[in-house]
Design a protein around this ligand. Sequence first.
Ligand SMILES: NC(=O)C1=CN([C@@H]2O[C@H](COP(=O)(O)OP(=O)(O)OC[C@H]3O[C@@H](n4cnc5c(N)ncnc54)[C@H](O)[C@@H]3O)[C@@H](O)[C@H]2O)C=CC1
Ligand SMILES: O=C(CO)COP(=O)(O)O
Length: 338
Amino acid sequence: MIKKVAVLGAGSWGSILANLLDENGQSVRLWSYSPAQVTELNEQHTNQRYVPDFHYSETLTAYSDLSQAITGADVILFVVPTKAIREVAQQVTAVLAKTHDQPIIVHASKGLEQDTHKRLSQVLAEEIPAELRQAIVVLSGPSHAEEVARRDITLITAASADETAAELVQQLFMNDYFRIYTNTDVVGVELGAALKNIIALGAGALHGLGYGDDAKAALMTRGLAEISRLGVALGANPLTFIGLSGVGDLIVTATSVHSRNWRAGNELGAGQDLKTVIDTMGMVIEGIPSTKAAYELAQQQNIEMPITEAIYDVLYKSADIKEVIPQLMRREGKPEIQ
Ligand SMILES: NC(=O)C1=CN([C@@H]2O[C@H](COP(=O)(O)OP(=O)(O)OC[C@H]3O[C@@H](n4cnc5c(N)ncnc54)[C@H](O)[C@@H]3O)[C@@H](O)[C@H]2O)C=CC1
Ligand SMILES: O=C(CO)COP(=O)(O)O
């Protein structure tokens, strides 16, 4: 089954997913809004800023013209940062309104829209009218571009209300080192993806502050408890949170040195200021805006999320990172399962 796939966003994840699809024999067009990056990818077959020293397939072609990249595509995969999803979707809609291609829409980004708190499939559904597309599928789970680039084993989830579309996406991506499960719980998969980044910031901060393994296990476990609490209130299946896009993604992001969120937390814990951490990362740290969106959502839904609230206080209210941990510990005793 050969499909024409347009991949939008040539950062670390978009470019590596595009390369994997090319290796799988799909016909791939990779779009980036940076002409310099397109030239580097097409002429050197490298993307040094995002995936240093990786040599991309020479059959993979990059485009800076969105219309050229997506015209005729059976599948359009969005892998731009959360903050860019709506504007890129608007540009895609302008092209689809002329071509009437009706592609399947997939996204592999992880976050919640600022202010509206919408999940990214909701943003895509709003911006790309149903008559211009087929189903929307979410691709998510424990995966770092650096490891997929070296063909290490990775398992993730393709979630959609349309099982046939999820199965098609599963078939496109599967190979000997990349295995995809399908799931119909789009709400749980997207919330697991967005909210685990907040806990990963916390886990990195504990490391930077010198806390041990007990503290990190506690943070991940109680973090998962509050992710599930908010997720279930918003309609997710609780079992999704013990799956790949729940605990799986939480484990990888809260323990891996590849994680930008963990690294950002680690630097904050070690005493670096937030602006410097953001400026020096040079790649998207989705957990920072997601903390604000999740904090506001929890307030609206009246859901207790003490870890998220503590991280929000550090990131947005200049609370002292060393103070919030004893404050969390001094909260009144509670039953573990409520
Ligand atoms: N890096 C990884 O291993 C993984 C990343 N993700 C998710 O994928 C999404 C993208 O992450 P990365 O590729 O890692 O980010 P990145 O920081 O490596 O690259 C982001 C890319 O988006 C482009 N971009 C930024 N603003 C844009 C705009 N307004 N319009 C169009 N393009 C824009 C940048 O030029 C860059 O090519 C994030 O939501 C992230 O959470 C998910 C799984 C794994
Ligand atoms: O989502 C990811 C791992 O599954 C990537 O995490 P970071 O954005 O923290 O690097």
